[in-house]
Design a protein around this ligand. Structure first.
Ligand code: GAR
Length: 209
């Protein structure tokens, strides 16, 4: 399966996915492009070091729709079949989602539906939750709202700051994202309404070729 990854910054989840594809942990796949909306994203260099083509597509004061059209074109021209958002900090336009139905996944550093949006570790601490974590989900037209694929819980400790909690959640994100993508590319994930199920016959799976 041809995978495209969208980033805006550090790119540690992107690195985890690229390395898992290279090692075969995510089988029969290739990361064909890493696209960033920010030229300064540190992840770009990490992708290039791993031999992955990188493309920067800045917003440049254009509308979300115009910006996304460029990204969709780059993805389609490379035959991308699965798009992984990895710290990509922009909402996708409805046209983008329609171009890749059930083919865009995201990782978010909270247990959705709690704490969508930004600064979510601080939101979790301020709310006083004892457990947070990360969520891998399909992306639909609403913010952090599509069907959930995998979640991993992380304890919120008394002395946590947003930074210490973010670091402990991030440790869990990499393996969780790799496992979710592995399940998708091996044809095991099926969506029914808001719910997803694993170990399904290949003919009904999301992302079948
Ligand atoms: C990760 O914690 C990811 O879950 C989060 O940004 C960080 C990116 O780190 N994503 C979001 O908040 C998306 N709403 P990375 O660039 O090192 O993968």
């Amino acid at each position: 399966m041809k995978i495209g990854i969208l980033i805006s910054g550090r790119g540690s989840n992107m690195v985890a996915l690229v390395d898992a594809v290279k090692s075969g942990e995510i089988p029969d796949s290739e990361v064909v492009v890493v696209i960033s909306d920010k030229a300064a994203a540190a992840g770009l260099e990490k992708a290039r070091e791993r031999g992955i083509e990188t493309v920067v597509i800045g917003r440049n004061n254009r509308s979300r729709t115009e910006h996304d059209e460029d990204i969709v074109r780059e993805l389609l021209s490379r035959g991308v079949e699965l798009i992984c958002l990895a710290g990509y900090m922009r909402l996708l336009s409805p046209d983008f989602i329609r171009a890749f139905p059930n083919k865009v996944v995201n990782i978010h550093p909270s247990l959705l539906p709690s704490f969508p949006g930004l600064n979510v570790q601080q939101q979790a601490i301020d709310h006083g939750v004892k457990i947070s974590g990360c969520t891998v989900h399909f992306v639909d037209e609403n913010l952090d709202a599509g069907p959930i694929i995998l979640q991993k819980a992380v304890e919120v400790k008394d002395g946590d700051t947003a930074e210490t909690l973010a670091a402990r959640i991030l440790e869990q994100e990499h393996g969780t994202y790799v496992e979710a993508v592995r399940q998708i590319v091996t044809g095991r994930v099926r969506i029914e309404g808001r719910r997803t199920f694993f170990d399904t016959p290949a003919e009904t799976a999301v992302g079948k070729r």
